[in-house]
Design a protein around this ligand. Structure first.
Ligand SMILES: NC(=O)c1ccc[n+]([C@@H]2O[C@H](COP(=O)([O-])OP(=O)(O)OC[C@H]3O[C@@H](n4cnc5c(N)ncnc54)[C@H](OP(=O)(O)O)[C@@H]3O)[C@@H](O)[C@H]2O)c1
Length: 397
């Protein structure tokens, strides 16, 4: 396994992390764990350990994941794995500390190497973290030796992520950054400035449903598979230290072995593919548009019906350039149900006439491509609208 220094934690971090939210039996905490489900989880994690993917990243919010890990991790010598769990921000310290205690009981551990504030995604979770005691609680746990390093995971806006990194309070960050979504690059720069560890969240699923790639993506990424191209694209950036892989079964690791063999040549292998993908995007929607479409575009909070123009246009670009309508639908239909994890609404309100074209055009005041927005919103809705999607953690409720 190839490892990288995980920033100021000085942890020798494997470039592939064993994600903890796909092999658990259930998202609800009280589910019965049958032997087969437990067996699948243990063999999947053990396969990772054998490969050297010894960083296990779970969360209190991942249902039975902690409990099931706690059924066998205590039997493995503690120095053979790096354990991360995550607790979502709370309105008071006591609540945060009791959630942490619960995690330690379920994991059968007396300390974790990494504790992440799970979901620093907007101003409210920011306040809960830095003003209402969640960070203070984590720092107390660090003083007690029950937590070795503190970080945060985020689906928030780039400005918020960079602001959190710039506080200097966090040793690492889990964030989204991969080929189809590079907006968080300024946050990566701030994280590097703070010598923080960087983990990439969901490179294969949120990174483009790359396990079911479109034919166009397969052709453009050849000779690499889209999953391997994307992994190498991420690891070609020095400030990226590990990718969290959502393995659901032991065989899911196979594809990623191929990535490991090529990490040392990540830059040269991915460069020509990046050029092809960028060219395909420019050919599909126009080079000028690609360079400038997101400038001066109102945020969802500033748009009638809270329609998230940035996300919808980003998905429309991917559909036009790479035929990624299935991925688009997965994300488009989560808008409106994602809370602060995936904020804003899709264009249903325009399609249903609750919001008028005039209202949106007024909000676009001064936006250079105003004439293209309404047709794009309507086409995006036609292409991607479907059954409402829920967040995985809500999927069983
Ligand atoms: N906010 C946060 O902190 C946050 C948010 C999201 C994720 N995460 C962390 O990031 C980890 C990775 O995200 P993710 O679970 O979305 O992982 P991912 O690796 O991006 O995607 C995993 C999904 O891809 C599918 N898949 C198919 N073949 C695969 C293969 N060879 N390898 C991997 N996946 C394959 C799996 O589907 P099948 O189930 O059909 O096999 C699985 O559902 C999570 O486990 C979690 O620990 C954190």
């Amino acid at each position: 396994m190839i490892t990288r220094r995980f920033g100021r934690t000085e942890i020798d971090m494997p470039v592939l992390t064993c994600g903890g939210m796909r092999y658990q039996k259930a998202w609800s905490n009280d589910a019965e764990i049958d032997a087969e489900a437990q067996e699948n989880l243990e063999t999947t994690v053990r396969r990772g350990l054998e490969m050297g993917a010894r960083h296990i990243e779970t969360a209190r919010g991942y249902g039975t994941s902690e409990m099931q890990l706690g059924r066998f991790l205590p039997s493995i010598p503690r120095d053979q794995f790096i354990l991360q769990t995550k607790i979502s921000p709370k309105y008071n310290k006591i609540e945060f500390l009791s959630e942490f205690d619960k995690s330690m009981r379920l994991l059968g551990m007396d300390y974790v190497d990494l504790l992440g504030i799970h979901g620093l995604n907007n101003e409210e979770t920011w306040k809960m973290t830095v003003e209402r005691g969640s960070l203070e609680a984590a720092q107390e746990l660090k003083k007690q030796g029950r937590v070795r390093h503190i970080g945060f995971s985020t689906h928030g806006p780039t400005e918020l992520i960079a602001r959190a990194c710039a506080t200097g309070e966090f040793d690492y960050v889990n964030l989204h950054w991969y080929y189809i979504f590079q907006n968080n690059a300024p946050a990566l720069i701030e994280a590097a400035r703070q010598d923080m560890g960087v983990l990439i969240i969901s490179p294969n699923d949120k990174g483009g449903k790359l396990y079911e790639p479109t034919e166009k993506l397969v052709d453009l990424c050849a000779p690499l598979s889209p999953m391997r191209f994307n992994a190498l694209f991420c690891l070609a950036r020095p400030g990226v230290h590990t990718l969290s892989i959502g393995v659901a079964k032991p065989s899911d690791w196979d594809e990623h072995l191929g990535t490991l063999e090529r990490v040392d040549h990540a830059q040269t292998l991915t460069e020509p593919i990046v050029q092809r993908l960028d060219q395909a995007m420019a050919d599909a929607v126009g080079a000028e548009w690609v360079r400038h479409w997101s400038e001066d575009l109102p945020l969802w909070q500033e748009t009638p019906g809270e329609i998230n123009l940035h996300t919808i246009i980003w998905l429309w670009n991917l559909a036009k350039a790479f035929d990624m309508t299935e991925y688009g639908a997965m994300r488009y239909n989560l808008l409106g149900n994602g809370g602060h994890w995936f904020a804003g609404q899709n264009a249903a309100k325009l399609a249903e006439g609750q919001v008028t074209e005039e209202e949106i055009l007024r909000a676009l005041n001064g936006y250079r491509f105003a004439d293209r927005v309404i047709p794009i919103l309507r086409e995006a809705h036609d292409l991607m609208a479907g059954e409402e999607k829920k967040r995985l953690s809500q999927s069983e409720s």
